[in-house]
Design a protein around this ligand. Structure first.
Ligand SMILES: [Fe+2]
Length: 422
């Protein structure tokens, strides 16, 4: 009796181990291998295998095999008809009793029966979950050559349920992962479409304004560079670039003559032109963007941190950071490209403009980031000089410009300190 109790305790602790193996291991094959070892150990068996039934491939894949020699097969054909019969059958199948062979061959098929007998399998436990075959366990006889007792069979049945559920859950997980993969691909496609649409829009905007060819694209690129220098996330960087590409989208609804006026426009025309940020917002707001700031970058790219910008006269931190970035990128491109009524500024003048207008028009941290990004380009490989390439050859001479930028950064940082201290 005591021996019997010991055996039961042993079996149940093995069952607990099995539960832990199945729930804890992340790797499917490792989980199955461990489960097989627990079963073999609990019953004192020398060999066994766990097979997963793959419906679509019509086979049993031997996921874990133990003690059956190196040339044991890795799978066996098994069709849906047999799977149904095995599911409908009455549980454990004994291969060791010759008189049951015809019935076995009916359920397992002659081929699989032969394979399993070749591997000296004594007992087969189908793994059935929710009325569906997920696989089977095939076990060799005991090391002691004793027959399986009723308790042994009960333990095997219980363990088979555990392992079956483990395989089933793993399949569900795989299915979920596959769907997540599909979703990811779908999302990537959508992102590609969105990006292309944004580019096409930028080209359309720049087309309307014939004197500022490529303006939107350059603003997108400057904005991206600044955002990266500010240490923003890759996602946010991409969104700021989109904001840059689209910032002037409102110009699509402003009179072409005003945009292309070959002279300084009058007050009335200027009022019309100044509608474009709000108009841009109207155009972009109904679209579902990956970032809610994108329409706001169009709306607020002419705001100034001293509150004297438009359309709302927002001040300082009332302006979204991404809009501050686009505002600088926009003004920088305006200063560094020829317009109908004036030529572009020489770069030292641009630096002077930044010095004068930081704290008035531009946010200091944004200007500092832009200067830093430019300084880095002086020491970078030619192909990494993105700002310099956008500005065109020979516009910036690094050596005379370097001290100007260093000085400007120092001054802006000192000002920031004074403000914080005072
Ligand atoms: Fe604008």
């Amino acid at each position: 009796m005591a021996e019997q109790t010991d055996k039961l305790i042993h079996a149940f602790s093995a069952l607990a181990d099995l539960g832990a193996e199945i729930t804890e291991s992340r790797d499917f094959e490792e989980m199955v291998r461990s489960a097989l070892h627990v079963v073999l150990g609990a019953l004192g068996l020398r060999r066994g295998l766990v097979a997963e039934y793959e419906h679509d491939a019509a086979l049993l894949r031997f996921v874990a095999v133990w003690g059956m020699g190196d040339d044991a097969p890795v799978s066996a054909p098994f069709d849906a008809g047999r799977a149904e019969m095995l599911t409908a059958g009455s549980g454990l199948l004994s291969l060791s009793e010759a008189q049951t062979r015809p019935a076995l061959q009916q359920q397992l098929g002659a081929e699989l029966t032969a394979t399993l007998l070749g591997l000296r399998v004594a007992l087969v436990a189908p793994l059935v979950v929710h009325g569906e075959l997920v696989g089977l366990i095939a076990l060799g006889g005991k090391a002691t050559d004793e027959a399986f007792t009723t308790e042994d069979r009960e333990v095997i049945r219980t363990m088979a349920r555990h392992i079956g559920v483990g395989i089933h859950n793993h399949r569900l997980l795989r299915e979920v992962e596959r769907r997540a993969d599909e979703n990811r691909q779908l999302y990537d496609n959508l992102r590609g479409i969105y990006r292309d649409t944004v580019r096409a829009f930028a080209a359309a905007i720049d087309c309307k304004d014939k004197y500022t060819q490529g303006h939107s694209e350059r603003v997108g690129k400057y904005a991206e560079i600044i955002a990266r220098e500010l240490g923003w996330s890759e996602e946010k960087i991409e969104h700021v670039a989109v904001g840059g590409y689209l910032h002037d989208v409102g110009k699509l609804v402003v009179e072409r003559d005003i945009i292309n006026a070959p002279y300084r426009i009058d007050a009335k025309q200027s009022a019309e032109l100044n509608r474009h940020p709000a108009a841009g917002y109207e155009i972009l707001a109904p679209i579902r963007h990956p970032d809610a700031d994108i329409p706001l970058m169009a709306k607020y790219h002419h705001e100034r941190i001293d509150g004297r910008g438009y359309p709302e006269g927002l001040k300082g931190d009332e302006i979204p950071p991404a809009a501050k970035v686009v505002a600088l990128a926009d003004s920088f491109d305006a200063m560094t490209t020829d317009r109908t009524y004036r030529r572009r500024k020489e770069f030292p003048e641009v630096v002077e403009d930044l010095r004068h207008n930081t704290g008035r028009q531009f946010a200091p941290d944004v200007v500092i980031a832009f200067c830093r990004a430019l300084l880095k380009e002086f020491d970078a490989l030619p192909r990494e000089r993105r700002i310099m390439r956008l500005l065109g050859k020979d516009y910036i001479e690094p050596e005379p410009v370097r001290p100007l930028l260093v000085e400007l950064i120092e001054e802006l940082e000192a000002r920031a300190h004074a403000t914080v201290g005072g």
